[in-house]
Design a protein around this ligand. Structure first.
Ligand SMILES: Nc1ncnc2c1ncn2[C@@H]1O[C@H](COP(=O)(O)OS(=O)(=O)O)[C@@H](OP(=O)(O)O)[C@H]1O
Length: 128
C-alpha cells in the first residue's frame, strides 16, 4: 500500500531539506533558530544564457552563501516591484548573520528600470 504523506512526515522532510544546503528546500517555512531572511548583498544580473545558473549553483556550494531558489524578477517586472522590499525579502532563503544572500535574474541586465531600482535599495551592492 502507498505510504501516506502526513503532516509529521512533511515537517521532517522540510527540516532535513533546510540543513542539506540544497537551495530548492529553502522555501520551507520552518525557520532554523538564529536565522532570518535577508535582502541580497549580491545579485547576478546577467547576462541571459551566460551561464548564470551554473555560476549560482557553484557559489551555492560555499557554506557562507545562500541563494534564492528561483529567478525573482523583482527589479525588472513592475507587478513584482510594486509589492515592495518585504515581498522581495520574503522570497529569500533563511540565513545566518555570516552568510551572503544571492539571487540571480538575468533579466535585470536588459531592464531600463533595474539599475536605478537596485541602486535605490543598496548603492554599494555587489553585482555579477
Ligand atoms: N561552463 C559553461 N560553458 C559553456 N556553456 C555553459 C557553461 N555553463 C552553462 N552553460 C550554458 O549556459 C546556458 C544557460 O545559461 P543561463 O543559466 O545564464 O541561462 S538563463 O539565461 O538563465 O536562461 C546553457 O546553454 P543552453 O543549454 O544552450 O541554454 C548552459 O548549457
Amino acid at each position: 500500500a502507498p505510504v501516506e504523506n502526513g503532516p509529521l512526515l512533511e515537517t521532517l522532510k522540510s527540516q532535513v531539506g533546510l540543513f542539506s544546503n540544497k537551495s530548492e528546500h529553502y522555501s520551507a517555512q520552518v525557520r532554523p533558530p538564529g536565522t532570518s531572511r535577508r535582502i541580497p548583498q549580491t545579485i547576478i544580473i546577467g547576462v541571459r544564457k551566460g551561464g548564470t545558473r551554473a555560476l549560482l549553483e557553484m557559489l551555492d556550494i560555499h557554506p557562507n552563501i545562500v541563494v534564492a531558489a528561483t529567478e525573482v524578477h523583482f527589479f525588472d517586472w513592475d507587478e513584482n516591484y510594486v509589492k515592495g522590499l518585504d515581498w522581495y525579502r520574503s522570497l529569500m532563503p533563511f540565513s545566518y548573520g555570516n552568510q551572503i544572500t544571492i539571487e540571480k535574474t538575468p533579466g535585470y541586465f536588459t531592464s531600463p528600470q533595474a539599475p536605478e531600482r537596485i541602486h535605490d535599495m543598496n548603492s554599494s551592492i555587489k553585482l555579477s
